[in-house]
Write a protein that binds this ligand. Structure first.
Ligand code: TYD
Ligand code: MG
Length: 461
C-alpha cells in the first residue's frame, strides 16, 4: 500500500514542516518553502548505515579488519592534490560551483584521463545531449574507448546501466537534474536531491565504485539542496573563480581522505582547463602599477601551499550621506572590524570616506593572516603613501590593534623569498623564525606596521 504525504520543505536548508511557513525557523530564509508530495512504502524499513538491513552486530574495534584504501590518480596533479593524492575507490565526491565555471569541463577531462588509464567510465549527462557533450569532448581532445556518455535523468535507469556496464567511475552531471521515480517531487527539490544522493551513496559503497557528483550553487554561494548532502558525501569540493577571468580555483571544503582547505589552480583556455603549477608568478604578473597607494601583498596559506595575493584598496571622500564599504574576496564583517580598529587604534578618520577593497585574481581570502595586509592597503591609500613593492605583509589583527601570530610562518616566508620579495612584516610573536633570504620586520601593533611598510622616497601620485 502506498501512502501519499504532503509536506512543506525549505529549499534552502531542507527544514520540513506540515504547513506553509513564511520564514524558516532553521535558517531564517523568507519565502523558501515549497510543497513536496512524497510517496513512500507504508511500512518503514529498518535500515542501518549505508542502507544495510539491520542484521549487523556491534564489533570490537580491535577485531575490525579493513582492506587497504585504494587510491588512484586522475592524471591532473592539481586535482589529485586537493583530493589528498587522488580519488579513493568507492568514495563519493561532490563538486559544486556557479553555472559556467567549468564543472562539466574538468570532469569530462578527468573522465578522459581515467579512461586513458584503462578505467571504464560512465558519464551521466542529465543536462546536455550527446551532441553537446561530444562537441565539448572534441574541444578537449577527449576520445577514449572506455568512456561512455549516457544522457539520462532517471536514477533507476542510471542504476540499471551501472549494473550492466560495471564502470570503475561514474560521473553524474548534475545531482539537481536527476530524479528518482520513488518519490513524486520534481527534480532539484530537496527531497529528490536527498533521495538520489542516498541511492548513489549506496551504489558507491556496495559496488565499490567511485562516484563524482556535480552540484549547482544558489546565488548566495551555497550548494543548492539540503545541507545533509554535504554530510552524506565523502569529499566536498568548490569550484570558484571569476567567470569573466580565466583563473579557476578548486577548493576542498571537506575530505574524509585528506586535508581540507587545499586549493588547485587552473586556467580556462580554448582547449579546456590547464593546471597552473606556479600560481604566484601569475597572480603577481597582474600587478600593473607598483607606485600607487593602496596596494599590499599578503601571503595566505591555502592548504599546503602559500599564495601571494595582491590586495587593493581605494579610500575617498563619500558623496553619500552614509559612506560605502564594498569588498570583493574578503569577508564583509572582517572588513568592518579592520576599519573599526584603524579608526580607534590608529586614529584614521574613515567616517566620511568610502572604502573599496578588492582581492586580485578572483581569489577569496578567508584566512585572518591577511588582516594586516588589508589594513595596510586601506591605511596607505587614506594617507596617500605607497607600500614598498618588495614587501609582503603577514598578520592577524586583534581588536586592541595588536598583531596576532600566524601559522606556518616559515613556509610563507620561503614562498615570498622565492618570488623575489625582500622584506616581510610579520607578527612579533613569530619573530623567532629563521630565514636569511628575506629581511624580517616583526611588529607588535598595527601602528608600527604602517611605518615599517611604507616605501622610502614616496611617490604617491
Ligand atoms: P562548463 O564546463 O560547461 O561549465 P559548468 O558545467 O560549470 O556550467 O564550462 C562552461 C564555460 O567554459 C563556457 O563558458 C565555455 C568555457 N570553455 C572554454 O573556455 N574552453 C573550453 O575548452 C571549454 C570546454 C569551455
Ligand atoms: Mg555543466
Amino acid at each position: 500500500m502506498v501512502k501519499v504525504k504532503s509536506k512543506w520543505v525549505c529549499q534552502n536548508c531542507g527544514y520540513e514542516s506540515a504547513g506553509y511557513l513564511g520564514k524558516c525557523p532553521e535558517c531564517g530564509n523568507w519565502g523558501s518553502f515549497t510543497e513536496e508530495i512524497e510517496q513512500s512504502a507504508s511500512k518503514p524499513q529498518n535500515f542501518g548505515v549505508l542502507g544495510v538491513v539491520n542484521d549487523v552486530k556491534p564489533e570490537l574495534i580491535k577485531d575490525i579488519h579493513i582492506g587497504k584504501e585504494v587510491r588512484f590518480s586522475t592524471n591532473i596533479s592539481e586535482f589529485d592534490r586537493i583530493l589528498g593524492g587522488g580519488l579513493v575507490q568507492g568514495s563519493i565526491v561532490l563538486i559544486a560551483g556557479d553555472p559556467g565555471i567549468g564543472k562539466s569541463t574538468i570532469l569530462l577531462q578527468t573522465g578522459g584521463e581515467l579512461a586513458k588509464k584503462g578505467q571504464k567510465i560512465l558519464y551521466v549527462s542529465a543536462e546536455e545531449s550527446l551532441g553537446q557533450v561530444k562537441l565539448r569532448a572534441n574541444r578537449l581532445g577527449v576520445d577514449s574507448d572506455n568512456l561512455y556518455i549516457y544522457p539520462q535523468t532517471n536514477l533507476e535507469a542510471i542504476r540499471e546501466q551501472i549494473e550492466q556496464l560495471s564502470p570503475d567511475t561514474v560521473i553524474v552531471d548534475s545531482i539537481q537534474a536527476i530524479y528518482s521515480g520513488n518519490i513524486t517531487s520534481t527534480a532539484g527539490s530537496v527531497s529528490q536531491i536527498r533521495e538520489c544522493c542516498n541511492i548513489l551513496m549506496n551504489i558507491a559503497k556496495a559496488k565499490n565504485i567511485t562516484i563524482i557528483i556535480i552540484g549547482h550553487v544558489t546565488k548566495d554561494g551555497n550548494i543548492a539542496g539540503p545541507k545533509v548532502l554535504e554530510h552524506m558525501v565523502d569529499t566536498v569540493i568548490y569550484f570558484e573563480g571569476d567567470k569573466y577571468k580565466s583563473f579557476r580555483i578548486l577548493r576542498s571544503m571537506k575530505n574524509r581522505f585528506g586535508n581540507t582547505s587545499e586549493v588547485g589552480i587552473f586556467e580556462m583556455g580554448a582547449n579546456g582547463l590547464v593546471e597552473i603549477k606556479n600560481p604566484n608568478e601569475l597572480f603577481l604578473n597582474e600587478r600593473s602599477f607598483e607606485n600607487i597607494p593602496g596596494s599590499a601583498i599578503v601571503v595566505t596559506n591555502e592548504g599546503t601551499r602559500p599564495l601571494l595575493v595582491e590586495i587593493q584598496a581605494l579610500v575617498g571622500t563619500t558623496p553619500y550621506p552614509s559612506p560605502r564599504r564594498v569588498c570583493n574576496g574578503v569577508d564583509f564583517s572582517r572588513l568592518l572590524q579592520i576599519l573599526a580598529v584603524l579608526e580607534k587604534r590608529v586614529g584614521l578618520n574613515l567616517s566620511k570616506q568610502d572604502v573599496y577593497v578588492n582581492v586580485m585574481g578572483g581569489i577569496e581570502i578567508d584566512e585572518p593572516s591577511a588582516d594586516l595586509g588589508i589594513a595596510m592597503a586601506i591605511a596607505t591609500c587614506a594617507r596617500d603613501v605607497v607600500v614598498d613593492p618588495q614587501t609582503v605583509i603577514i598578520g592577524e589583527i586583534g581588536l586592541s590593534g595588536e598583531i596576532h601570530p600566524v601559522s606556518s610562518i616559515d613556509k610563507r616566508l620561503n614562498e615570498a623569498a622565492s618570488s623575489g620579495f625582500k622584506k616581510a612584516i610579520i607578527p612579533y610573536a613569530n619573530k623567532d623564525v629563521i630565514n636569511d633570504r628575506i629581511k624580517i620586520v616583526p611588529v607588535k601593533r598595527i601602528i608600527d606596521a604602517i611605518s615599517a611598510c611604507i616605501s622610502m622616497g614616496v611617490n604617491s601620485k
